[in-house]
Ligand binder design. Structure first.
Ligand SMILES: Cc1cc2nc3c(=O)[nH]c(=O)nc-3n(C[C@H](O)[C@H](O)[C@H](O)COP(=O)(O)OP(=O)(O)OC[C@H]3O[C@@H](n4cnc5c(N)ncnc54)[C@H](O)[C@@H]3O)c2cc1C
Length: 222
């Protein structure tokens, strides 16, 4: 598989444990919104440690962006990314993945699962085609919400948050139950895009099928 070396242009914390890494883009490199690549760090001992990460920049941009939740306690690649500085190098490979935008619908994300949808939502927003797309975003606490201000500006009332751990006056509290989905979604004859922890995806998919959503209209990573 062909590898490409990319250079870090900027690296910033966007939540307490999530990094935004903007890099150069190899000439003619192609991906579609929702796709990922195997990423490594181009320094001794790390070139062959590969982990999958989704591109969060729109394909049309002349840079690449990754939005990466870090797990310092695992001492793996995401911990090493915390030491990264401007001009350091990363290695990427081909793009792959099955989540792609098919039409207006409901995006349901848990935690870092949102990364599968950021590029598509930004592209729609940029093209003035955000329409009635809705984002339901489940997190543990408010401070875990990735790109909160951007989604508020982009989606207005179609940005719905639910918090699993923290109780707050602003957001619903608890799990993504059938009752919650029925209260927040008016049309089940639409596309559903799912990405999050596997137990969350399985539970939401079961509820959607129970609500007679067409299985072919449920889009998730295979
Ligand atoms: C298609 C795809 C796209 C993805 N895109 C993104 C993205 O855009 N952004 C993002 O943030 N994430 C994304 N992920 C998840 C991301 O790949 C993982 O978070 C990443 O691989 C973690 O790498 P790591 O080396 O830091 O830790 P890991 O490889 O998970 O762990 C390193 C070591 O820590 C130990 N360990 C593993 N899990 C645990 C645990 N739960 N508790 C304690 N110890 C543990 C193990 O010994 C393991 O070998 C994506 C995943 C997939 C499949």
């Amino acid at each position: 598989m062909k590898t490409h070396i990319i250079k870090v242009r900027s690296i910033t914390h966007i939540t307490h444990n999530v990094l935004r890494i903007v890099t150069t883009k190899p000439p003619l490199y192609n991906f579609s919104s929702g796709q990922a690549t195997e990423l490594s760090i181009n320094k001794p001992g790390w070139q062959d440690i590969k982990r999958p990460f989704t591109f969060t920049s729109p394909p049309i941009d002349n840079h690449l962006e990754f939005t990466i939740k870090t797990y310092p306690s695992r001492k793996g690649l995401t911990n090493e990314l915390l030491k990264l500085k401007k001009s350091d190098e990363l290695i990427i490979r081909d793009s792959w993945g099955t989540i792609n935008y098919r039409g207006e619908g409901v995006f349901i994300a848990g935690g870092a699962g949102i990364t599968s949808f950021i590029s598509a939502l930004r592209t729609l927003h940029f093209q003035n085609e955000i329409g009635d797309n809705k984002l339901i975003f489940a997190n543990n606490t408010e401070e875990d919400i990735i790109n909160k201000k951007e989604f508020e500006d982009m989606l207005g009332d179609n940005f719905i948050n639910i918090l699993f751990q923290e109780k707050s006056d602003k957001y619903e509290h608890g799990c993504l139950t059938k009752d919650f989905l029925k209260r927040n979604i008016s049309n089940f004859n639409t596309y559903f895009y799912l990405c999050g922890p596997s137990h969350m995806e399985e539970s939401v998919e079961r509820i959607l099928l129970n609500l007679k959503v067409d299985p072919k209209a449920i889009i998730k990573e295979e």
